[in-house]
Design a protein around this ligand. Sequence first.
Ligand code: FES
Length: 279
Amino acid sequence: MKIITKEILADCQGTRVVKLTVYAPDIAAKARAGQFAMLMVKEEGERVPLTIVEADPKKGAITLILQEIGLTTKLLGQMGPQDSLYSIVGPLGHPTHIEKYGQLILVGGGVGIAEIYPVAMALKIAGNQVTAIIGARTKQLLILEQQLKETCDECIVMTDDGSYGRKGFVTEALKALLDTARYDLVYAVGPVPMMRAVSGVAKTAGVRALVSLNAIMVDGTGMCGCCRVTVGKETKFSCVDGPEFDAALVDWQELSNRNSIYTTHEKHICRLKEQGAGQ
Ligand code: FES
């Protein structure tokens, strides 16, 4: 479980996005698009779920991309080649259902771009026409643009501040596409407000949308109930029933509320750690 390589993909406006390749041969041998791994940095730390962006069974390596948001992702971002993770488990979650749908739009926001990349590759191999819409706050925070341009038939770039690509939100580009042509499926990963907005645009256009949810997880195996989401009035666990669900059926308000439960506590812990490090 050693880290093999580390690369900083973005570092801007207090946001850092880090790419790690990790030696995990058992996971690399079985991982499929849409699945994730749960890892621990230290024995007394929390587990965090991260999408398996790439898997190389020959080298026994998996690629993980993370944004430093909370305490654990910040600790992960400080690790480097030859450092060892305390544990890593996977692949977890259902793989993305891949078939020849026809014309699809994949929408990635922020670090969610890393999650649509393996799905884009699998859908292209299955013979689909794939358009990607990727968005970030600003140019320096945009990741995997080149990889998605090489993989997809078209890749539209949006930035909130207009510093690169088109100015505006991914939903604006999505609406423009759905207004002009017929698409068979929309697939979105990103912050909850973005996925919720994508769901609304797709619903209005009468196109089915799938989303990969980023619910808070504890064990990742369906035992703790922490990642529960309401989908079509049924309780589902993101880790074992998902992470992908039909966007039109997700209770977005509940997900949003649950995801912010620990925000104040985590900020407090991060502040204490920073103060401790400065002494
Ligand atoms: S993370 Fe515990 S049930 Fe899903």
